[in-house]
Ligand binder design. Structure first.
Ligand code: PLP
Length: 362
């Protein structure tokens, strides 16, 4: 397995690929904030004053005022009791697993959970049971075989980033014991789903349940980094010798400031989410009407399975329409190859029409 050919961003909605300028429906920068002047300016100013990195972990000399400011802003934006910033989303899950060691008697994890969530489960020190993808009945069956487990945690992605499928959190939660914890990796849902963009738990109406979340800054927030959102015991455990927090350099202040700027933009510019939702409705509405299985969800991602000849025909059609052929092939090969598309708030109607035409084969 080798790396795919490199691509170079070129404006908000294009990339350069093999000498051509193509429309880009890949990645996870759903509002294209990664190139927003507010974020770039915040990052550049902080880098000019603080340098590129902090050069130390937060537990030694790497705790910067921007980390505290960002945590306060995350608590407000996502409505959690506490927020703890770490270097990226993968680390957020690992840190969370380490911090929760010994807290649960059994963990139930979606079979297609992100690899960082699966790695994190190994730290919990309890049996880890896989249930079928997004299948609440299968979860119930597996729970019934572990009735003696009193302290239960459910682990799932809020949104599965490869397919855009939203985990049925309400249905899953109904099968769990009342005091069970839901650990949601909301890398994709945070900043996109829910009335206040708080993510999948808000979208699914999980109020009143015990929820802990890991989020990333590298997707809807257009920056880089990760955070753990949860109750006070979790924050206390993260600050009490947690290996990830103690043993990794803290998030560069430029990225913390850029993330602060993106939260502010999402809070004050409702037009961004409105445009994204309008674009999703336009593309998915047309494709569903044409019989394509893209899922009728309010999430900007969908995927189409392609094999052999179909995949080459799709590639030709996309390139002929001037669209980057976003074929995904994971190294394990377990998922096979598929085309993944991510709609952004910044795509024009013409670009979206081009995508629909290419996919519908019209
Ligand atoms: C569901 C999910 N969790 C965690 C991560 C890891 O985030 P990061 O790229 O910030 O390490 C990703 C990123 O690809 C993801 O899709």
């Amino acid at each position: 397995m080798s790396l795919p050919a490199a691509i170079q961003p070129d404006g908000a909605t294009h990339v350069r690929y093999r000498g051509r300028r193509l429309i880009y429906f890949g990645g996870c920068d759903y509002y294209r904030l990664a190139r927003h002047p507010r974020l770039l300016q915040a990052h550049a100013r902080a880098a000019a004053s603080d340098g590129l990195g902090t050069g130390a972990s937060r537990m030694t000399t790497g705790n910067h005022p921007a980390h505290d400011a960002l945590e306060a802003s995350l608590v407000q934006f996502f409505g959690s009791e506490t927020a703890t910033v770490v270097g990226d989303g993968y680390l957020a899950n690992l840190a969370l697993g380490q911090a929760a060691e010994g807290r649960f008697d059994a963990a139930f994890i979606d079979e297609k959970a992100h690899m960082s969530l699966r790695d994190a489960a190994q730290f919990l020190g309890c049996p880890v049971v896989c249930y079928r993808h997004c299948d609440a009945d299968d979860l119930a069956k597996r729970l019934s075989r572990r009735r003696t487990a009193k302290r239960v945690v459910l682990m799932t992605d809020g949104v599965f980033g490869a397919t855009g499928r939203i985990a049925p959190l309400d249905g899953l939660a109904k099968r769990l014991p009342r005091l069970a914890t839901l650990w949601i990796d909301d890398a994709h849902g945070a900043g996109v789903l829910g009335e206040r963009l708080r993510g999948t738990a808000e979208h699914c109406g999980l109020a009143g349940r015990r929820v802990i979340r890991s989020i990333v800054f590298s997707k809807a927030l257009g920056s880089f980094g990760g955070a753990i959102l949860g109750p006070r015991w979790l924050r206390a455990a993260l600050l009490d010798g947690n290996p990830v927090v103690t043993g990794s350099s803290s998030l560069p202040s430029g990225l913390a400031k850029a993330t602060l700027a993106s939260l502010e933009l999402l809070r004050t510019r409702p037009g961004l989410a409105k445009r994204l939702r309008r674009n999703i409705a336009f593309v998915k509405g047309k494709l569903l009407a044409d019989g394509l299985p893209v899922g009728d969800t309010a999430f900007p991602v969908f995927s189409l399975d392609c094999s052999g000849k179909q995949a080459s025909a799709m590639r030709r059609r996309l390139l002929a329409t001037g669209i980057y052929p976003s074929c995904i092939r994971y190294p394990t090969g377990s998922e096979g190859a598929f085309y993944r598309f991510a709609i952004s708030s910044e795509h024009t109607r013409g670009q979206l029409e081009g995508l629909v035409a290419a996919l519908s084969g019209r």
